[in-house]
Design a protein around this ligand. Sequence first.
Ligand code: HEM
Length: 247
Amino acid sequence: MAQNTDMAHQGAEPRGPGTGERKRSTPRARTRQGTRGQWIWMISLGIVMTAFLAIMVPPYLTLDPSQSGVVLNEGFSLHYPMVIVHVAFGTVAQLSLFLQVWPWLRRHHPAVHRWNGRVYVFGGVLPSGLSSLVLVPFHPTAGTVGVGVAAVLWLATTAVGHVRARQRRFAEHRRWMIYSFAIVTGLNFWGLAIVMAGQVVSPSLDIDYLFEAARWFGWMLNLFIAQWWLERTARRPLAGVTGTDRA
Ligand code: HEM
């Protein structure tokens, strides 16, 4: 994935006393701000991703169906194995995604970015996304349509992003991979946050309302934010990319 890395505020600093001139921030200062912004971004993302994995994955490490958070359908003997496949490859997707959106890694180790991108697409999204499509019809609670739409969009945006990278259309590659990122993080992180917060704030609320909100709201909101970010950064150079194409 190629993504802009300059997340720093680009504005000029206040006027210097008695100069009458706007003091512009130097390239070096902007680089420092950008680097700080990237660290804040990566640390925040790392905390959220680790929290999600630490809360959701351990019950499945026991391979004990009685520990499953997913209500298993007795008429589908492969239900639990499918959940395990989904969670295992979903973990691969999430870990590789973290590395993919790390600007420093893209800039300094483009070969690692390329290989890790393949891991994300073929070792994460493809098996995890396809297995989630198998799970959706057995999803017993509210939000089935929302999670089904998210699954299709996750697979589709990732596939388009991968093809664009193969075509060396890097600006479009960036655009579609940001959508892929937005969908999966929106579904998982906002989803978990909505269900947990809803239960704390209003314990008597029907859980189905929370599940319905969790399966739609997060990834849709993230797509809006992603679109805003793409428009805002449309004119910036792409990190580690020599091509000049624009999405
Ligand atoms: C857009 C991408 C994804 C979609 C559409 C999706 C969809 C699903 C579906 C349909 C289920 C079954 C839920 C049920 O029937 O109650 C599920 C469960 C689960 N998924 Fe995903 N998933 C996605 C990404 C991921 C990723 C990246 C991870 C990372 C580990 C992950 C971890 C889990 C876990 C841990 C469960 C079990 C939930 C529980 O114990 O309550 N999913 N997912």
